[in-house]
Design a protein around this ligand. Structure first.
Ligand code: NDP
Ligand code: 8X3
Length: 250
């Protein structure tokens, strides 16, 4: 069903987003890939076996988001699947010691960026009476953990946006889903700890995390259900993880 589908993936320059682009391309979808690092998008576009349209985009920039989607060439405008994946956590400080600049970047990317892209893409889906928004949430949206106040709040916001959007779109034929992973080894922790690789590696030490491909497989499965089936949510945990704070380490 995804052969020749047009799929937009935000945050496609790394981790889960890049894996989603590869997984959708593997089943024949054509891809609009978005992120800030255009060199990474170019490399990915060269690797993918199907047609690709890279878009260098900072999802926090509302005007740029609107302009980028308004400027999509005609053959890319009928978006079948939007994967709202771009996101990050900046820092893991207790709230009382937190850096408000970190809060701004996390909220602006994970919440406002997701809203801007959704607002830019969904009206055409409604007009066509078909489409699918797949948000990448997190176990962090379902539970809190120390130092995660702002990141957890943004992912809880994604959960509420997912639920409300599903209601807003009821009867339009447009589906809304969320895929909420636990620990996935990507560049997420390197970004969270501002390039401190030792600290990032320690997040996954002694346990087997999910891979970006594991998550991408779930996203493609969600998107590939028949049109009358709407997978509301998928929570995907490593076997070594029981909750946001309970992880088995050897
Ligand atoms: P990565 O750091 O590997 O990838 C994050 C992606 O988001 C990159 O492609 C980055 O691209 C993009 N991005 C970040 N900020 C912006 C921005 N302002 N505009 C456009 N793109 C942006 O991490 P993951 O793959 O792990 O993260 C992907 C999603 O998965 C996030 O929403 C994250 O919260 C979520 N998640 C991650 C988990 C994990 O354990 N890794 C678990 C649960 C959820 P660029 O820098 O080029 O702009
Ligand atoms: C990313 C997973 O547990 O580091 O959403 O918040 S976690």
């Amino acid at each position: 069903m995804l052969v020749d589908a047009t799929v937009v993936v935000t945050g496609a320059s790394s981790g889960i987003g890049a894996a989603c682009a590869e997984a959708f391309a593997a089943v024949g979808a054509r891809l609009v890939i978005c992120a800030r690092r255009s060199d990474r998008l170019r490399d990915l576009a060269e690797r993918l076996p199907t047609e690709v349209h890279p878009v260098a985009l900072d999802v926090r920039d509302r005007a740029a988001v609107d302009a980028a989607f308004a400027a999509l060439p005609t053959q890319w405008r009928d978006v079948d699947v939007l994967v709202n994946n771009a996101g990050l956590a900046a820092g893991l400080a207790p709230l009382q010691d937190g850096d408000p600049d970190d809060w701004d970047v996390t909220i602006d990317t994970n919440v406002k960026g997701l809203l801007y892209v959704t607002r830019a893409v969904v009206p055409a889906m409604v007009a066509r009476g078909a489409g699918h928004v797949v948000n990448v949430g997190s176990i962090a949206g379902r539970e809190a953990y120390p130092g995660g106040a702002v990141y957890c709040a943004t992912k809880a916001a994604v959960d509420r946006i997912t639920r409300a959007l599903r209601m807003d779109l009821l009867g339009t034929g447009v589906r809304v889903s969320t895929v909420d992973p636990g620990l996935v080894e990507t560049e997420f922790s390197v970004v969270r700890f501002a390039g401190d690789r030792d600290r990032a590696d320690a997040v996954y030490r002694g346990m087997t995390p999910l891979t970006a491909d594991d998550v991408a497989e779930a996203v493609v499965w969600v998107a590939d259900r028949p049109a009358h089936v709407q997978v509301a949510e998928v929570v995907l945990l490593p076997t070594d993880q029981a909750s946001a704070t309970r992880v088995a380490r050897r």
